[in-house]
Write a protein that binds this ligand. Structure first.
Ligand SMILES: CC(C)(COP(=O)(O)OP(=O)(O)OC[C@H]1O[C@@H](n2cnc3c(N)ncnc32)[C@H](O)[C@@H]1OP(=O)(O)O)[C@@H](O)C(=O)NCCC(=O)NCCS
Length: 171
């Protein structure tokens, strides 16, 4: 974890145990909780909706952070799209815990995992471009992403009028 982030977590949340926060892989019994967290934002069009079945099928992609009581307060999935390319999907932090570095922690974790798998680049489709710029991503033309990426978009209620911003980072 970067030193600045550790410091921020320690300063803001030592009383709630957040300074000890770490990402970990999700488990099968947590699918319902992850689904609820993602659905809150999907209902507002901020995330692509994920069914319970999709989360079960891709459970090994998911990392989570839980609070001192074991409740999941943040989640994120790393998808492998193609030989060199990974995608950050379903990134969400519960409202009461936003702005504490948890989103950054999950994205950094995804980047490490992607690099360890041998991926060379990672992208996200998002409305929060400033957050991703702070994580080292840059804006790219959506059309430069491989066609394979758009399979998921067919499930999006906004398809084909996607207004998300494509962001890319070299690993
Ligand atoms: C976007 C989200 C994941 C960010 O998580 P977070 O834990 O609140 O973010 P962090 O605390 O790690 O923030 C890191 C930096 O990004 C900035 N940032 C966070 N959310 C932002 C947003 N929505 N817009 C612009 N900047 C944002 C923070 O201010 C912080 O900047 P700083 O380092 O200068 O203080 C979280 O707000 C969220 O779950 N939003 C709703 C769902 C969503 O939009 N998900 C993204 C789908 S791709």
């Amino acid at each position: 974890m970067p030193k600045s982030l550790r410091k921020r977590l320690a300063e803001k949340d030592s009383c709630q145990g957040l300074s000890r926060m770490e990402t970990r892989k999700a488990s099968v019994k947590e699918v319902g909780e992850i689904h609820k967290l993602l659905s809150r934002y999907a209902d507002h069009g901020l995330l692509l909706p994920r069914s319970l079945s999709e989360i079960y099928n891709h459970l090994r992609d998911y990392s989570v952070i839980d609070d001192a009581n074991g409740a999941i307060i943040a989640a994120c999935a790393l998808g492998v799209c193609w030989e060199d390319l990974g995608e950050i999907r379903s990134l969400a932090v519960v409202e009461g815990h936003q702005g504490k570095g948890l989103g950054t922690l999950l994205v950094n974790n995804c980047m490490k995992e992607a690099a360890s798998l041998g991926l060379k680049q990672i992208f996200a489709l998002t409305y929060v471009s400033d957050f991703f710029i702070k994580a080292g991503f840059r804006v790219i033309e959506k059309s430069t992403l491989p066609h394979k990426v758009w399979a998921d978009c067919l499930k999006c209620p906004k398809f084909p009028d996607c207004d998300e911003i494509a962001m890319l980072k070299d690993l």
